[in-house]
Design a protein around this ligand. Structure first.
Ligand SMILES: Nc1ncnc2c1ncn2[C@@H]1O[C@H](COP(=O)(O)OP(=O)(O)OP(=O)(O)O)[C@@H](O)[C@H]1O
Length: 343
């Protein structure tokens, strides 16, 4: 139902263009849950905002964002307004900053309902009470202002708003950031249950690969504005093929897994400045297994799963046929079709 085709976003600044998202191709099937992971600055939020054209005017967007076959980037404003909320909606990070502090939450949830569903005020109010019940809140909370609610309750309100117009796609951008671990688990379970029971597609964004692997069917890992690994959630989390995916996964302990007794491993170094990206593979300066020519070639996504089931990684160490390391291949002349020289 969602297809990103070469999605590229740059922000114009006084110092030049910041390339925040660089040629992302992704698909999301109806009812599927896709997680997008990556460090701060990797372009996750920019990607999410681009899907509904919510980026600031300084952003330039190219590529295609096909929602049920229709390009969101080409839509007129009328059609775009109809698609927002009803076709796809976003649960933003940090509900306190996303809710209007001087409006009751009931009024805020009512607004998209009145705008998109041809119902009267009474029916909309009833729908708000029903939605609040579905996200585990007392219907009377409709009269509360955001500051009268806890962080977890405010995030529940955001979820109720996102579901208000029965969208086909929900985009959740760090929906549990700033919540304590217990509340985080409740909110994740709530989102998971609500999208599953309605057959809604979910695109969830987080820096936390372990959270995403719990909730999502597939995972995409972003680094410096690119997807560097994508595949079935369990496989990407436990058998990452890209060195960055592996580093991200090993930064989290897994409860119940004997391997979790190992201490989580940090990844030395910082993500690159998008305006001064390293040559070749953007990850090579931090890569623990880089090869001599990794500063020269910029790999594209390539089949990386041993059983070939939709697992791809953009690393010259991953080979199309059986995933042997490039070290072996260098001796046997690497197939140049597996890499893309971009310099
Ligand atoms: N309005 C803007 N103007 C210029 N650069 C921006 C703007 N918004 C984001 N960026 C830059 O674009 C890049 C991607 O930012 P983005 O917020 O999408 O990353 P992220 O992975 O979502 O990070 P976080 O997890 O911290 O939200 C970063 O280098 C960021 O500094």
């Amino acid at each position: 139902m969602l297809e990103l085709d070469g999605l590229t976003v740059g922000y114009r600044t006084r110092d030049g263009v910041v390339p925040a998202v660089r040629g992302v191709d992704l698909t999301l099937a109806r009812g599927e849950k896709l997680g997008v992971a990556g460090e701060s600055g990797s372009g996750k939020s920019t990607l999410a905002l681009a899907l509904l054209r919510l980026l600031p005017p300084s952003a330039t967007v190219t590529g295609r964002v096909l929602l049920d076959g229709e390009d969101v980037l080409e839509m007129g404003w009328g059609r775009l307004r109809a698609v927002r909320w009803a076709g796809a909606s976003i649960i933003f990070q940090g509900a306190m900053h996303s809710l209007n502090p001087v409006q009751t939450i009931g009024d805020q949830i009512t607004e998209p309902i009145l705008r998109h569903q041809k119902v009267g005020r009474d029916a909309a109010d009833a729908r708000v009470r029903e939605l609040l019940g579905q996200v585990g809140m007392l219907p009377d909370r409709a009269r509360s202002y955001p500051h009268e609610l806890s962080g977890g309750q405010r995030q529940r309100v955001m979820i109720a708003m996102a579901l208000a117009c029965e969208p086909d796609l929900v985009i959740a951008d760090e929906p549990t950031t700033a919540l304590d671990v217990m509340v985080q688990a409740q909110i994740l379970t709530l989102i998971d249950d609500l999208v599953a029971s309605r057959g809604i597609s979910l695109l969830m964004i987080s820096h936390d690969l372990s959270v995403l692997s719990d909730v999502c069917d597939r995972l995409a890992v972003m680094y410096a504005g690119r997807v560097v690994e994508v595949g079935p959630a369990g496989e990407v989390f436990r058998q990452a093929r890209h060195p960055y995916g592996a580093a991200l996964a090993s930064a989290f302990p897994t409860v119940g897994d004997p391997a979790s007794r190992m201490r989580p491993q940090g990844l030395p170094g910082d993500p690159p400045d998008p305006q001064a990206l390293p040559t070749g593979c953007a990850f090579h300066p931090r890569c623990p297994v880089r090869l001599d020519h990794c500063d020269d070639v910029d790999p594209v996504l390539w089949p990386a799963g041993l059983d070939g089931a939709g697992h791809e990684a953009a690393c010259v160490r991953v080979l199309p046929d059986d995933g042997r390391s490039l070290a072996a291949t260098v001796a046997h002349a690497a197939p140049t079709s597996a890499v893309e020289a971009t310099r």
